[in-house]
Ligand binder design. Structure first.
Ligand SMILES: Nc1ncnc2c1ncn2[C@@H]1O[C@H](COP(=O)(O)OP(=O)(O)O)[C@@H](O)[C@H]1O
Ligand SMILES: [Mg+2]
Length: 355
């Protein structure tokens, strides 16, 4: 079996290691287009870190999150009560962290769990985590909390929206207590846009873009996998620097045909999206209000990419932007104030359709 090793990301790795060297003070939001390699980067980095970092990594991607209880459940990992652990139950935090490995969910036992669920108060869950992290720090290690695909908690509410409780908790962990590094990862640029305009986070977080590979990085990746000059050019032309896409080409026998096939599929998907809006109309919700999506405006919006690869956020109307981002056609970068297609494949598909 062919295994594709991790490629590059030296700049991003250096930047994150640098952050980890300093006392925790800000929340770090890691964002970028879908499948740009955010999760892969963090996982690769975790492997490289020395043992004195304890990383609590929680990926919400596959979790079912309809309620507060679902969220709390997704955070914690129950200590399994096997016969052996029954004899030697882990009762204190110190005992709980004794079995912690470098990467872990948040360990908890039955008693603490009862406390955490009690009265549906996020405060209980958070004060437990703070105590646990303090115990980790007292053992001479640095806790790091990583929440992947955080946008999945959506509009789960406990009194108010859970997300605000969480942001406050992250601020406690970083800026107030300097207790743990906090990384929040998301592919959802609408979520990052919300975060970016959130007053309570101002001056309390930083943003790290993990974009598709640039041309040079993609080229060295393809060279590693024995691509000829022509194959490299075609792969870049169609896939740009999207790692999954490049891997798909690396793994196929007829590289050029594969690239062309991927473009054809994307064109046909996008055609369907536009056809449905044209014939059936569509609605989109922005800040709890519903708006109709207009076909003519979508087309005008997409035409911006006929000549350019990146446009300014102000150049496109909010409804079209939101719709096209939700359909994974476009990616908004609120930090740089720009909109661009989710990938080079999407850029080509847009151009084909606008012709
Ligand atoms: N630096 C890299 N080197 C090799 N493969 C990568 C790299 N980054 C991403 N990939 C591949 O691309 C896939 C998608 O990346 P992922 O990290 O899941 O994207 P994201 O989390 O940004 O949506 C991964 O499963 C991995 O196979
Ligand atoms: Mg991911």
């Amino acid at each position: 079996m062919r295994r594709i090793g991790f490629h590059n990301r030296e700049k991003e790795i250096k930047e994150i290691k640098n952050l980890l060297d300093a006392e925790p003070s800000l929340i770090t939001f890691v964002y970028g287009p879908i499948n740009s390699g955010k999760t892969a980067l963090i996982k690769h980095l975790i492997e490289q870190l020395p043992d004195d970092y304890v990383i609590f990594y929680i990926n919400l991607r596959t979790k079912f999150l309809a309620s507060y209880d679902d969220f709390v459940e997704s955070l914690f990992e129950m200590e399994l009560e096997t016969e052996e652990t029954n004899r030697k139950r882990k009762e204190t935090l110190k005992e709980l962290i004794s079995s912690i490995t470098k990467v872990t969910g948040i360990p908890i036992n039955r008693e603490f769990l009862d406390y955490v669920f009690k009265d549906k108060k996020p405060k209980n869950a958070f004060s437990y985590i703070i105590k646990l992290f303090e115990a980790v720090r007292d053992s001479g290690k640095q806790p790091v909390l990583v929440l992947d695909e955080l946008q999945k908690i959506g509009d789960v509410k406990v009194n108010g929206p859970l997300i605000y409780e969480l942001f406050n908790f992250f601020i406690d962990l970083t800026k107030e207590l300097h207790l743990a590094h906090v990384f929040v990862i998301s592919s959802d640029s609408l979520f990052i846009e919300r975060v970016y305009s959130e007053a309570m986070l101002e001056g309390r977080c930083r943003y790290l873009l993990v974009d598709d590979f640039d041309c040079e990085t993609a080229t060295t990746f393809l060279e590693k996998h024995g691509f000829s000059d022509d194959e490299k050019a075609t792969a870049w032309e169609y896939c740009g620097g999207k790692p999954v896409c490049l891997i798909e080409v690396v793994n196929s026998e007829k590289k050029e045909d594969k690239a062309k096939e991927m473009l054809m599929i994307r064109i046909s998907e996008m055609k369907t999206i536009l056809k449905r809006v044209k014939e059936l109309g569509s609605e989109i919700c922005i800040e709890d209000k519903s708006y109709s999506v207009r076909y003519a405006e979508l087309i005008d919006a997409l035409k911006h990419f006929a000549e350019r690869e990146v446009i300014d956020i102000d150049e496109m109307d909010e409804i079209s932007t939101t719709f096209l981002v939700k359909k994974n056609v476009l990616f908004v970068d609120p930090v740089r104030g720009v909109i661009k297609p989710q990938s080079r494949l999407n850029l080509h598909a847009i151009r084909e359709l606008m012709n």
